[in-house]
Ligand binder design. Structure first.
Ligand code: HPA
Length: 248
């Protein structure tokens, strides 16, 4: 089964034929909402809205551990995390899709590990390549099949939010090597690795980051939902192809 985590702009998957919803309790509490089970192009899918069904949970308050634990309990073959980002690199204009290959964590105060008990041996994970290469290739192949332009690779900077960044903060992230900025990539990506999930992100550029493009004096927040709505059509096309490619 394929698992999809939907972010801003993708709180439901309209192309999914829903069979049922299930509330899963975990040792870490409740996920952002019930898991939605169904079929996409005749393949079993489980979908979870990261910010909750009504988009009410801000990035710093998401129970990432419960979300990942719940999905892991279903033993998914891949986890595709759809996430909106601000574009820092000049190529990353609103509406562009990217499959990041690296991530830098600027978040704080979140539950960022499953390995925080003092009762077990200290556990470290290798995180050199934070995303699953097979899942990344699957996304790239699916985009090609769907005839959608997508950028292969980029560094995702995970910020705390919920406020957007200052222009100086974006300059700093760029000096650090970041191409895009979002608020939910961490600890989600690290927790997925701790559980051994085949996890990759499909990032959707919602806006030029602060101070970039035409956003020298501010980010036009009202334009973001229209950009996301259009881009989600492309995302859905790609997800339909992911389903048909993943047995290849
Ligand atoms: N910054 C942080 N997170 C985001 C942005 C941004 O500009 N756009 C969408 N998510």
């Amino acid at each position: 089964m394929l698992a999809i985590i939907g972010g801003s702009g993708l709180t439901q998957l309209s192309c999914l034929e829903i069979s049922h919803r299930q509330i899963i309790r975990t040792p870490y509490g409740e996920p952002s909402g019930p898991l939605t089970f169904g079929k996409l192009r005749n393949e079993d899918i489980v979908f979870l809205a990261r910010h909750g069904h009504g988009h009410t949970i801000p990035p710093h308050a998401i129970n990432y551990r419960a979300n990942l634990w719940a999905l892991h309990s279903l033993k998914p073959c891949h986890v595709i995390a759809v996430a909106s980002v601000g574009g820092i690199h000049a190529d990353l204009a609103p509406g562009q899709l990217v499959v990041p290959h690296q991530i830098v964590d600027y978040t704080y105060g979140r539950h960022f590990t499953f390995f925080d008990s003092t009762e077990h041996r200290v556990t470290h994970i290798d995180f050199t390549l934070p995303y699953c290469q097979q899942t990344r290739s699957l996304l790239l192949r699916a985009a090609q099949k769907a005839n959608e332009t997508i950028r292969d690779g980029g560094v995702y900077a995970a910020t705390q939010g919920p406020r957007l960044e200052t222009a100086a903060e974006i300059d700093r992230l760029e000096r650090d090597g970041a191409d895009m900025v979002g608020m939910t990539g961490m600890p989600e990506t690290a927790l997925a690795r701790e559980l051994g999930l085949n996890y990759a992100t499909l990032a959707v550029v919602a806006n030029h980051a602060a101070g970039r493009g035409a956003n020298v004096n501010g980010i036009p927040l009202k334009e973001i939902s229209a950009v996301l709505e259009q881009a989600m059509v492309k995302v859905r096309n790609i997800l339909e192809q992911v389903v048909s490619c993943h047995g290849d």
